[in-house]
Every structure is written in C-alpha cells, then in structure tokens.
Design a binder for this molecule. Structure first.
Ligand SMILES: Cc1cc2nc3c(=O)[nH]c(=O)nc-3n(C[C@H](O)[C@H](O)[C@H](O)COP(=O)(O)OP(=O)(O)OC[C@H]3O[C@@H](n4cnc5c(N)ncnc54)[C@H](O)[C@@H]3O)c2cc1C
Length: 269
C-alpha cells in the first residue's frame, strides 16, 4: 500500500504519440514521493466540471471520502501511470496516456479534457493506493490489450525484461502500433488487430497459442470483449486465477465503468 494523497498537478506538455493516443505530461511539487511499482497500478484523475469551471473533489470526513455538498460534480476516471520521472526537465514528471475515443455524442469528460489540454491546465490525481507487484520470475507472458491498456502493456514490458512475450493488441487505427516502437525485442512478438472483426481474430489467435503452466496471461480493455477470452482461459483450459490477470478498463456504452465489479458476472472470481 502507498500513502494516499491528493496531488494538485499542472500540465507541462502534451503530445499525440500515436493515432488517438495523447500523452499528457504532468508536473508539480505534489509529485514528491509518488510511487507506482506495478503494471496494473492506476491513479484516479479528477477533471474540471464544465458547469462550475473547476475541479470538484470528494471531501474527506472521518477519513472517508464523501460527495461534497457544494455546487458541481465530481468527475473522476482511472488512468495508468505510464511513466514517472522523479527528476525531469521541470522537476518530477508523470506521463498519463489518454485514448482520444471521443466521437460525437459518446464523448467522455476524460478523453475530451485530454484532447484540449494545454500547458498550465490543472489536474488532480489520487493514488495509486497500492501496487500488486507480479512475481519476478515470469519467463513467458501473453499480453492482450486494446488502446486503453497499452500504457499498462509498456509497464509490463519494462518489468518482463528478457522474458518471452506474445502481444495481441486491438486498435481501431492500424498506426497505433507506433505506440510500442522502441519496445520490440527478439523474444517479443507483437500482433496488431484492427477492423470490425478484430476481437474475433484475437480470440482465434489466442485459441491457437500453446499456454503452459508457466505462462502468465494479462488481458485488459473493453470489458465485454474480454469475457470470451477469459472463459477460454479459465474454463476451457482450466488455468488457475493466479495465471489469468483480466481487467475490464471500460465498457461499450457505459460511462465510468466500475472496474472492481466482476468482469464476467456469470463467473465472478
Ligand atoms: C485500472 C485502469 C487503468 C486504465 N488506464 C487507462 C489509460 O492509461 N489510458 C486510457 O486511455 N484509459 C485507461 N483506462 C480506461 C479509462 O478509465 C476509461 O476509458 C474511461 O471510461 C474514460 O473516461 P471518459 O470520461 O473518456 O469516458 P466515459 O465518460 O467513462 O465514457 C463515455 C463513453 O465513452 C465510451 N468509452 C470509454 N472509454 C473508451 C475507450 N477507451 N474507447 C472507446 N470508447 C470508450 C464509454 O463506453 C461510454 O459510452 C483505465 C481503466 C482502468 C480501470
């Protein structure tokens, strides 16, 4: 567990690092002591409520967060600390990489904010509350992710070092593969899937892979698309839950998915 602290940060710079992937680099003295040790870590980012023009955060009463009684709404979403540099160009720096998924009426407040963020804009983050650090002796891993989990994938790749890695990545834009440029290595094979049938093709590819008891499988992305993959791994192959690290990061048609809810309600472990 880490010290839970609300950090008031400022946008230092932004960069479109792949189609639909916006890197927001944040800075501020509040990053002092920031700790993130595991690929599955996330921060809760608090965004401005456009109706009041400022960020509204929960108030802490008797050590517990409660909704504030004043005007405005708490708008918060989960993001992976893609990179943290304790000593950056302007003091400590934290990169959060946002999928710019906003299209038409489905624009979410986090993606909309990231698309327009500019140096000097404020953002408040909380967490990570803790880090679930994976074992250090993983020799083979299969990483399955859509764009939202690519920051987590880079965290896995940093941690996995020389291990054999097969990556099955779903992306709306084929050019998204540039997000992982610099992460290629001889023991790593990245396969990218775009087009309407990308989830079906990932399922077919996964079914054709040899998965031994020493293979760790990480899956994260759109919750509904992960259910058949997780069922294949847990039910058909009978892999134990320690070997299958599956997380819904968002859900089609649902704002602010509660990622603590079971991914597959028919099999909630
Ligand atoms: C542990 C964890 C780590 C995460 N890390 C990251 C990260 O590093 N980068 C990142 O971009 N996301 C990440 N996510 C996912 C992110 O929290 C969600 O995508 C979030 O819902 C985005 O908020 P929003 O305000 O843009 O959209 P919301 O208001 O939540 O949703 C509005 C609409 O947009 C749709 N939507 C939401 N997200 C997406 C998407 N990615 N693609 C297409 N449609 C979408 C919803 O289905 C809904 O219809 C993470 C989630 C978790 C649980």
């Amino acid at each position: 567990m880490h010290e839970t602290k609300r950090r008031h940060l400022t946008v230092l710079r932004t960069e479109l690092i792949a189609p639909r992937m916006q890197r927001i680099t944040l800075g501020g003295a509040d990053l002092e002591g920031f700790t993130s040790l595991a690929p599955g870590d996330h921060v809760k980012a608090f965004f401005p409520d456009p109706t009041v023009g400022e960020i509204v955060t929960p108030v802490v009463v008797d050590g517990r967060p409660q909704l504030p009684t004043g005007p405005g709404e708490v708008i918060a979403r989960d993001y992976t600390p893609a990179a943290f540099r304790p000593i950056g160009e302007h003091g400590p720096e934290l990169d959060l990489d946002f999928v710019l998924h906003a299209d038409g009426s489905h624009a979410g407040p986090a993606a909309s904010w990231a698309a327009q963020a500019k140096p000097g804009d404020p953002l408040i983050i909380g967490g990570p509350r803790g880090s679930r650090v994976p074992p250090s002796d993983i020799r083979r891993a299969i990483l399955i992710a859509d764009e939202s989990a690519l920051p987590a994938v880079t965290r896995w790749l940093d941690l996995l070092g020389e291990a054999e890695v097969i990556g099955l990545f779903s992306a709306l834009e084929p050019g998204t593969s540039q997000y992982l440029s610099g992460y290629e290595a001889s023991a790593r094979e990245f396969r990218w899937f775009s087009g309407e049938d990308r989830n079906t093709r990932i399922a077919e590819t996964l079914a054709g892979l040899a998965i031994t008891e020493s293979t760790l499988v990480f899956l994260a992305g759109e919750a509904g698309s992960l259910i058949p993959l997780r069922r294949h791994l847990r039910r058909e192959l009978g892999l134990p839950k320690e070997q299958v690290d599956a997380h819904g990061y968002w859900k089609q048609g649902e704002a602010n998915l509660d990622h603590h809810a079971p991914l597959d309600p028919s099999d909630p472990d």
